[in-house]
Design a protein around this ligand. Structure first.
Ligand code: GLY
Ligand code: MN
Length: 358
């Protein structure tokens, strides 16, 4: 049995515990996880013994070549075709992904099915399973992370006064693709000078002037799996104040990494980075959480936020990314992708975290 078939079998085996006789999977990442399908329009109906996969004619050839289970090629709403199968199979309780099913799709399903059939919201059950990566998934994530860092190294050599944030972002994404990524895992962030204080700045036409910070947050998608890394460098010799800020963020990031081990809560790892920044009176400048899980999506559970009770476990891939943002002055973030291991964690990102001066 393939890994994908095994995943479906495991999810099917959990249906009874969810008080569902079958499950409709609508989230694109969950569809990919349970079928390998990487198109934009796919739906899975999972019963304890069967997999029904629905897509439209654009994906007919790919689906028939790659998907195990019964493939239905449908013109019109996939959900309507799934409703027909649900009725034919006399399913009584159908689980659905409440976080991913649009209201219109829910209404269409409700209208197409007899009132006696109950729709059971299942929450993020598949996402919880996805938190623990298999050896094969870890291998791809590792390659995605290495590719991302190699793209970063290549781009570092081309940064100089006069280039625009947009030029750097374009170069990052070009190098990722040259190295084999199918696309960036998210919109690449490149922010220079005071704009680095905007944690999710869109790169713009600002030209580097020299004597300023440059924050780059980049990730590749390789075979569907994301990497995520942020580095902040300085053009010209940094003033002491900026160097001190950098060292505080690095100290926080290393404390976060040191706190990662199986059994510890995500909230405790968040507290580890936050406490270091508090010591430096920078906690108010740290405006987001410490990190997040990543895999088929760039942001997936667990979230490493304040008081988050999720316990870390071997095989989770997460980011550790504290940052400080001071309006008009500076933005500094340092982010690695790390893997939770038996003894703690392995930092997958190979790029140096020394304060690079260009
Ligand atoms: N690297 C983008 C983010 O984590 O939000
Ligand atoms: Mn991130």
């Amino acid at each position: 049995m393939s890994e994908i078939e095994q995943r479906r079998q495991d999810v099917s085996a959990g249906l009874a515990g969810l008080k569902a006789d079958a499950l409709l999977v609508t989230s694109a990442a969950n569809v990919r996880y349970l079928s390998g399908f990487d198109g934009s329009n796919g739906l899975i109906l999972l019963t304890p013994t069967e997999t029904h996969f629905f897509t439209d004619p654009r994906y007919e050839i790919a689906a028939k070549q790659n998907i195990t289970g019964k493939v239905h090629v449908v013109k019109g709403p996939l959900i309507a075709a799934a409703a027909k199968i649900i009725q034919r199979k006399r399913i009584k309780r159908i689980g659905f992904e409440s976080g991913w099913t649009q209201y219109d799709a829910y209404q269409r399903l409700r209208d197409a099915l007899p009132r006696s059939l109950s729709l059971v919201p299942i929450g993020r059950v598949i996402e919880e399973r996805r938190m623990i990566k298999s050896a094969a998934e870890i291998d791809i994530i590792r390659r995605s992370v290495n590719l991302n860092s190699e793209a970063y190294s290549r781009v570092l050599k081309r940064i100089r006064p006069g280039v625009r944030e947009l030029d750097i972002a374009a170069e990052i994404e070009f190098q990722m693709k040259v190295l084999g990524a199918e696309k960036p895992a998210f919109d690449t962030i490149v922010a220079a000078g005071p704009r680095a204080a905007l944690p999710h700045a869109h790169p713009g036409s600002y030209r580097l002037a020299g004597n300023e910070l440059l924050l780059m947050d980049m990730g590749a998608s390789l075979q569907g799996y994301c990497s995520d890394m942020t580095r902040t460098v300085h053009l010209g010799k940094p003033p002491k104040k900026i160097r001190d800020l950098y060292n505080a963020v690095l100290e926080a990031q290393l404390a976060g990494i040191a706190a990662v081990r199986p059994g510890v809560t995500a909230g405790k790892v968040d507290a580890a980075t936050r406490n270091v920044l508090k010591k430096h009176k920078l906690d108010k400048a740290f405006v987001h959480s410490t990190g997040h899980g990543l895999g088929l999506e760039i942001h997936e559970p667990p979230r490493l936020g304040k008081k988050d009770p999720t316990k870390l476990a071997v095989g989770m891939a997460i980011t550790i990314e504290p940052g400080v943002y001071i309006e008009g002055l500076a933005g500094i973030r340092i982010e690695d992708t790390v893997l939770v291991t038996q003894n703690g964690c392995e930092v997958l990102t190979p790029s140096s975290k020394e304060f690079i001066v260009l």
